[in-house]
Design a protein around this ligand. Structure first.
Ligand code: GLY
Ligand code: MN
Ligand code: MN
Length: 442
């Protein structure tokens, strides 16, 4: 936290230059997340808002970045003042002067001055990009500013400054990764793969999900991750059927499958990997049947990735092929297309096949062309997950008994290239034979 931007300064400048081209005449206001949402005085570790970080590299709470391309000053940071007493408790603060110098912005002011300076900074703008509902104090300030701005226009008939969602605007930049972005993104993927492999070796019947969780965190942090990219899901046995299971307190029993959906974050880029394997290394026949079905679908979906294909087609392919597997396993009966049309497959596969990945695990970026929902095509530089799964509830009377309580998801991270794709997480084992050799091999 509070790191100097150093070698990454170029990255933030390059991003600002790209964004500036589409921001002429407008003002972008980005705020850090509300501190009161943290938990008490010791709190959860603070993480900067992804968009604020994306354009500045500044990691302190209570900060605002204002970007007004084509005007002077163009880049303005509002930050906490230096405060020796608070710094004794909470650590170093840059303060305005140092922040301006180190982060190479045109101006920096104490955060307390935001309310008196923002109206001036908005003068002449024809629209404002801001994301409300994330920081209540800032929302109130912005509301006042917008109303004052309107009254200052007198009897011109002009209305409130139009407000555009900065998440949508910046999401469109973030969805295409630059070479420098990819350096960080690859590091996140590599260290997460290594942590998964180490965790596979460590797993034994009798351990608790929580121990596995702690071990995974140790492995990512040892490799330079700042934190988990999201709450790890360490789900053994029937817990794997709970999609966002994060309680992680059950004991791993011999014969269970273990689903580990976990990754580390490196320089604000995260990976998102799921592997499912038996805690004793050996799949039962029923587990292997479900697993092989999901793996086959995952590979087929990945192989279909190419520039120009609408992202929605991946969802369709995933649903169709998984429904075939459900039919093979006797979980459903009927015609595949009818079952999908009637959403019957969602009983065992209730999520989508993947999502954009980047600074946030469910990253920003448009999956559609417009508000009519026209699907957007996959482009080189996009990174997303492919993560089909099958989850057969333990109490599902319609499923054959030997399948009940089996939950399998296999998730990799895919970079779209001009020629097709690259699997950034390809070194993470997923073949049954490989898993049999690695799990518990430490
Ligand atoms: N780990 C959350 C997800 O796979 O979407
Ligand atoms: Mn995912
Ligand atoms: Mn995941």
């Amino acid at each position: 936290m509070n790191r100097r931007p150093l070698e990454n300064l170029r990255l933030f400048k390059e991003r600002r230059e790209r964004v500036a081209e589409k921001l002429q005449g407008s003002v972008l206001v980005l705020t850090s997340p509300e501190e009161s949402l943290r938990n008490g005085s010791v709190g959860h570790p603070f993480r900067q808002d992804s968009n604020l970080y994306y354009l500045t590299g500044f990691e302190e709470p209570e900060s605002v970045f204002v970007f007004r391309p084509g005007t002077k000053p163009e880049t303005i940071l509002f930050v906490r003042r230096r405060n020796p007493e608070r710094e004794t408790w909470d650590g170093f603060r840059f303060g305005p002067e140092l922040a301006q110098r180190e982060f190479q912005v045109d101006a920096a002011f104490p955060i307390e001055e935001f309310s008196q300076r923002i109206a001036e900074l908005l003068k002449g703008a024809d629209r404002i990009y801001y994301r409300p509902y994330r920081n209540r104090k800032m929302d109130q300030l912005m509301e006042t500013v917008l109303l004052e701005q309107k009254s200052s226009l007198g009897r011109t008939g002009l209305g409130l400054l139009p407000l555009y969602d900065s998440d949508e605007f910046l999401g469109d930049f973030r969805v295409i990764k630059s070479d420098l972005d990819l350096l960080n993104h690859r590091r996140a993927c590599d260290l997460s793969v290594e942590a998964h492999v180490q965790t596979m070796k460590y797993v034994r019947p009798g351990m608790s999900e929580r121990e596995i969780h702690g071990y995974f965190i140790y492995q990512i942090m040892k490799r330079g991750a700042a934190r988990e990219g999201y709450n790890s899901i360490i789900a053994s046995g029937p817990n794997a059927c709970t999609l966002h299971y994060i309680f992680n307190d059950r004991e791993l029993r011999n014969g269970d499958l273990l689903l580990v959906d976990a990754a580390g974050e490196f320089n604000y880029f995260t990976s998102d990997i799921t592997r499912t394997y038996p805690v004793n290394g050996q799949f039962t026949d029923a587990q292997a049947e479900v697993y092989e079905g999901v793996l086959r679908v995952q590979k087929a979906v990945i192989e279909s990735v190419k520039p120009g294909l609408p992202f929605a087609k991946l969802h369709e392919l995933g649903a169709a092929l998984l429904t075939d597997v459900m039919l093979e396993l006797g979980l459903l009966t009927g015609r595949r297309d009818d079952l999908v049309a009637a959403n019957k497959h969602r009983k065992y596969y209730p999520h989508g096949v993947g999502h954009f990945l980047g600074m946030d695990v469910h990253d920003q970026g448009l999956y559609v062309r417009n508000r009519k929902g026209e699907p957007r095509e996959i482009q080189p530089g996009m990174v997303f997950t492919v993560e089909p799964g099958l989850y057969i509830p333990a109490d599902d009377a319609e499923a054959a008994e030997h399948y009940r309580g089996i939950g399998v998801r296999i998730e990799d991270n895919i970079l779209v290239t001009n020629a097709g794709y690259e699997v950034l997480t390809r070194e993470c084992p997923k073949e049954i034979q490989d898993l049999g050799k690695i799990v518990g091999a430490q």
